[in-house]
Design a protein. Structure first.
Length: 177
């Protein structure tokens, strides 16, 4: 509509005015589409934006026991926040904490509202121990006292339900680039 008004006012310069009007419209469309895309992806992890899912599977011998879809906690900030302030966690989900080195890792449940089981996994993917039913909101130290490289947090009771212990092995899917 505003293009027609511009053409009326321009007299004989239709081609120049038309080019400018089309340029302005294209610029506005591009600007709006970029803003919408940025709004939709703002504050989301890159993997969620790229629609990549991560999984941890547990096996006893050759038999698959269970698969969890996991969020990753890779940076120090992500590891410190963990599952804090969450009010629920789907049964087939968890959070996998990745560390650079195998060592004794300590956790707490500060600001964590969900009771959790923590599964400690060594570099060779063996389960080295579990800490079951971590109490919500507790600031007590949680550790198994054995070195691990990965720790998976899942809903409390699932380690027992699926008998995840030192006789099981983990397989990480889509975890590493």
């Amino acid at each position: 509509m505003w293009v027609k008004q511009l053409l009326k006012m321009s007299g004989n310069n239709y081609p120049l005015i038309l080019k400018r009007a089309i340029s302005i419209e294209l610029f506005l469309i591009l600007l709006i589409s970029c803003s919408i895309r940025d709004f939709k992806t703002e504050n989301k992890p890159a993997d969620e934006i790229n629609n990549i899912s991560h999984f941890v599977q547990f096996y006893r011998g050759d038999k698959l026991i269970v698969t969890f879809k996991v969020e990753l906690a890779i940076t120090e900030e992500e590891r410190q926040k963990g599952l804090m302030f969450r009010e629920n966690l789907p049964e087939d989900s968890g959070m996998l904490f990745l560390f650079k080195d195998e060592s004794i890792h300590n956790f707490w449940m500060k600001n964590t509202y969900i009771p959790l089981d923590l599964i400690f996994i060594a570099s060779d993917m063996s389960v080295v121990g579990t800490y079951k039913n971590a109490k919500p909101l507790s600031e007590d130290n949680i550790s198994i006292g054995k070195p691990s490289r990965y720790v998976l947090e899942i809903n409390a009771g699932l380690a027992d339900k699926y008998r995840i212990d030192e006789t099981t092995r983990a397989v990480l899917i889509n975890i590493f680039p």
